[in-house]
Design a protein around this ligand. Structure first.
Ligand code: SAH
Length: 287
């Protein structure tokens, strides 16, 4: 790492949070493209699986605390990464990804986590990769069209196609290699991989009425969550490629709270490990 952002704090090989302050003013684009890290984030710790432990075993971890979040720097599956937790909601996600871009000079961002299924054929245990993301609770009408970000003129933020393709390939490999075993282990059907629209808002959707309202307003939405479109907006504004992969933990209906909690505690980490391992190995092989 040659960037000033990386040069200050060292707790290599330790899980302790560092106490230093990253150089927020570090100039972007200073390091050669291939040396800039990938930003990997999730909302909740279970959604990262064993990623930080894998990083600790491979390269040691340097942890920098910034804006009440711990940013873990190191190499995992051969790829230099900054791994962090955004916590829940659009503001939390936007603040965190902004720090990844400005203080840690990431060259791309991948978000991994769980979501509620909205699409007709999207079931618990399936995987959705975003082609586009939209904020379903954003409505400045009649001044601007519903869902459009005022003064930006965009409602659907495109995920980076190459990054999304690579995530999809990793998911397809996971399903081909472990889908049957995963279904038997977790009592789901064999996972299917979907691509399309993911919608985000500052609500945990947990009612038939909530699902129906989203289906009527946004018939092509496959999944609902609380962070992805905020990350996509910030990445769009800064020209940083991003991709979002979500495992379906619930179907956003009356059963969503129990389904979400049991999926998060028992299954989410296994999916993240399976997907990220394959994604990072392939990414590393390319460099
Ligand atoms: N403090 C709670 C909050 C979880 S909110 C907890 O830790 O248990 C739900 C999280 O999972 C959010 O990060 C959101 O992105 C995702 N999610 C899963 N199912 C969802 C649904 N039905 N509606 C909205 N977000 C959902």
């Amino acid at each position: 790492m040659s960037g000033g952002a990386m040069g200050k704090v060292g707790t290599v090989g330790s899980g302790m949070a560092g106490s230093g302050t990253p150089d927020v003013g570090a100039k972007r684009g200073g390091a050669p493209a291939s040396h800039r890290p990938l930003g990997i984030l999730a909302a909740l710790p279970q959604e990262l699986g064993d990623l930080i432990e894998a990083m600790r075993a491979e390269s040691g971890v340097r942890t920098i605390t910034h804006g009440q979040r711990d940013y873990h720097l190191g190499t995992v599956h051969g790829a230099p990464c900054v791994v962090t937790l955004a916590r829940v909601g659009k503001v939390a996600a936007a603040a965190t990804v902004s720090a990844l871009i400005h203080a840690f000079d990431v060259d791309a961002v991948v978000f991994t986590g769980v979501a509620g299924g909205l699409g007709n054929d999207v079931r618990v245990g399936d995987i959705v990769i975003a082609d586009a993301l939209l904020q379903h609770d954003l409505d400045a009408s009649p001044l601007f069209p519903r869902f459009e970000v005022p003064l930006l003129g965009v409602s659907r933020f495109a995920a980076d196609a190459a990054l999304a393709d690579r995530l999809a390939a990793a998911c397809e490999r996971f399903v081909a290699e472990e889908g049957v075993a995963s279904a038997a282990r977790f009592g789901t059907r064999e996972p299917r991989v979907h691509r399309g629209l993911i919608v985000s808002g500052d609500q945990f959707v947990a009612s038939a009425a909530g699902v129906n309202a989203l289906r009527v307003a946004l018939p092509d939405a496959l999944a609902v969550e609380m962070e992805g479109a905020a990350i996509a907006q910030v990445c769009h504004e800064y020209g940083v490629p991003c991709a979002v992969v979500r495992t379906i933990s619930d179907t956003a209906d009356d059963h969503a709270p129990e389904s979400f909690v049991s999926f998060l505690t028992e299954i989410a980490g296994a999916y993240s490990n399976a997907i990220l391992t394959r994604f990072l190995d392939a990414r590393n092989a390319q460099v």
